[in-house]
Design a protein around this ligand. Structure first.
Ligand SMILES: Nc1ncnc2c1ncn2[C@@H]1O[C@H](COP(=O)(O)OP(=O)(O)OP(=O)(O)O)[C@@H](O)[C@H]1O
Ligand SMILES: [Mg+2]
Length: 293
């Protein structure tokens, strides 16, 4: 994979965060957590995803270990992995920023785009592949984010592309196995304990195949892929022998649609507060969540 100077990436990202202006960056997409950049901006050779900074190198290493274990689990489950390398950039303030580097994907192969382009049918091999992958990966302490926008489909293999926030829980299932402060620092201190509890409980949704795939269906509703909702539910129920109901997925979608725009607003308030009190805000926030047009 091409050598990238992540100090340089971090400098450009820091400037964009400071100026709240992404015009010097080339964005490939964003989810609810990370923003994905094409790098270098003028002649891109790679996709880079920035994980919010850890307080020190040890915590960044702990996160990298959890990611490595996640790759190992996926390999063991025979799930396709988009080639991904992790890089720790230590900043002069002592913080450590992890970047994921990948080849730039052909987005016509993105699961959501594949189904959007496909003629409607009772079933699709991509839905079969994702359902079987979820069944092999989900466990009590490992959630799997199976939404269609996290997969590439080349016509025969489903390949996962999203590794920035592995849903790896401790035995008690009450905590992530890496320092969640990195993700929580974007929120006001008073709401962090509440959010930590909310998010951890949300993550437990993904620890069963039925929950993870219910979330995938909820995301199809978000993406306007309504004609694929019933085929997806039929695929899930017949392959897993479960009884996922459309109403359940609708309920998840309705909840997320309310929660995530609120969460982004809270982050923007915190950004305002920190930057108006002379402190540094650490995340490149999208203009809108993927729930808003
Ligand atoms: N390697 C890549 N090449 C091109 N586009 C990409 C690549 N990786 C991600 N993207 C685009 O960016 C979007 C978000 O990427 P990804 O799912 O990795 O981010 P995320 O913030 O972790 O999302 P989530 O909300 O699932 O946590 C993808 O759906 C896709 O559109
Ligand atoms: Mg994603």
């Amino acid at each position: 994979m091409t050598e990238i100077d992540f100090g340089e990436v971090e400098a450009v990202v820091a400037k964009a965060i400071r100026q709240r202006n992404t015009s010097e960056l080339r964005l490939l997409g964003h989810g609810e957590i990370s923003v994905v950049l094409a790098w270098p901006t003028d002649a891109p050779v790679a996709a880079v995803k920035r994980v919010p900074p850890f307080r020190d190198r040890a915590r960044a290493l702990q996160y990298v270990d959890v990611c490595d274990e996640f790759f190992e689990t996926l390999r063991g489950a025979k799930v396709g992995i988009w080639p991904t390398t992790l890089h720790i950039h230590e900043r002069s303030d002592g913080r450590a920023v992890v970047y994921h580097q990948q080849p730039i994907a052909n987005t016509t192969q993105l699961g959501s785009n594949v189904l959007r382009a496909a003629a409607s049918a009772d079933t699709h091999p991509l839905l079969d592949a994702i359902t079987d992958a979820a069944a092999r990966v989900c466990s009590r302490t490992l959630g799997f984010d199976c939404q269609l926008a996290n997969w590439l489909w080349d016509g025969s293999t489903a390949t996962q592309i999203d590794f920035t926030s592995p849903f790896a829980l401790t035995e008690s299932r009450n905590e992530l196995r890496y320092d969640s402060h990195a993700f929580l620092q974007e929120y006001p201190v008073v709401v962090r304990p509440y959010l930590k509890k909310e998010f951890t409980s949300l993550l437990r949704r993904f620890t069963t195949a039925e929950g993870a795939l219910g979330d995938m269906v909820a995301n199809m509703m978000k993406e306007g892929l309504d004609e694929w909702v019933d085929p997806a539910i039929r695929t899930i129920n017949s392959r897993l022998g479960v009884n996922l109901q459309r109403e359940k997925a609708q309920w998840m979608y309705d909840n997320d649609r309310k929660l995530l725009p609120t969460v982004l607003k809270v982050k923007k308030v915190q950004r305002w507060w920190l930057t108006h009190t002379g402190r540094r805000y650490e995340q490149l926030l999208p203009e809108k969540t993927t729930y808003e047009k």
